[in-house]
Ligand binder design. Structure first.
Ligand SMILES: C[S@@+](CC[C@H](N)C(=O)[O-])C[C@H]1O[C@@H](n2cnc3c(N)ncnc32)[C@H](O)[C@@H]1O
Length: 158
């Protein structure tokens, strides 16, 4: 397991470099705010199975699911692009998710967007488009994979 992810899993804490925070929702501490290990393993199995050239994740928070996904993506194929959208990354999550991804060495793999309303996933299997509203502040988590050799696009919504 990547050392950044391992540290978060073991300590259940994250840091922006100066402040350490529990791996909980900042406004609702009773709520977990990341996938757990079985869910992370499920995401990794999906990546291993589909071997996507491009993937889309909506809702990054502290970056735990992104770390699971990137760890697997970096093993299965080269030249992949993982698009991550989170309009609240700098504000609510203090940029910690993005920092964790950089610290883990996955910065070049990830195309991070805080302001994005529509996205097109293009691959040799076709173009898949999805639209979503960035107006909602409700808890959103979404993961899509567009594979180079399949016409299907698995979608996980949590
Ligand atoms: C449960 S957290 C995601 C946890 C993360 N997937 C993980 O497992 O580590 C939900 C995330 O959705 C984001 N979010 C909420 N509304 C959104 C929207 N309209 N568009 C994109 N992201 C949104 C929040 O900022 C938060 O980062």
């Amino acid at each position: 397991m990547n050392s950044v992810l391992e540290r978060i899993v073991q300590t259940q804490k994250v840091t922006d470099g100066s402040t350490t925070l529990p791996l909980r929702h900042p406004d609702f501490p009773q709520l977990a705010v990341a996938v757990d290990m079985p869910e992370g393993a499920f995401l990794q199995r999906l990546v291993n199975d589909v071997k996507p050239k491009i993937s889309l994740e909506i809702g990054c928070a502290y970056g735990v699911s992104t770390l699971y996904i990137c760890e697997s993506l970096s093993r299965v194929s080269s030249g992949t692009r993982h698009i991550v959208i989170d309009p609240f990354q700098s504000s609510q999550w203090r940029g910690i998710g993005r920092k964790n991804v950089e610290d883990a060495g996955f910065g070049a793999l990830v195309d991070f967007r805080e302001d994005c309303r529509s996205i097109s996933l293009s691959s040799t299997a076709g173009t898949h488009s999805t639209r979503y509203s960035s107006n909602s502040s409700s808890s959103t988590s979404f993961f899509a994979l567009a594979a180079s050799s399949r016409s299907t696009m698995p979608i996980v919504v949590r």
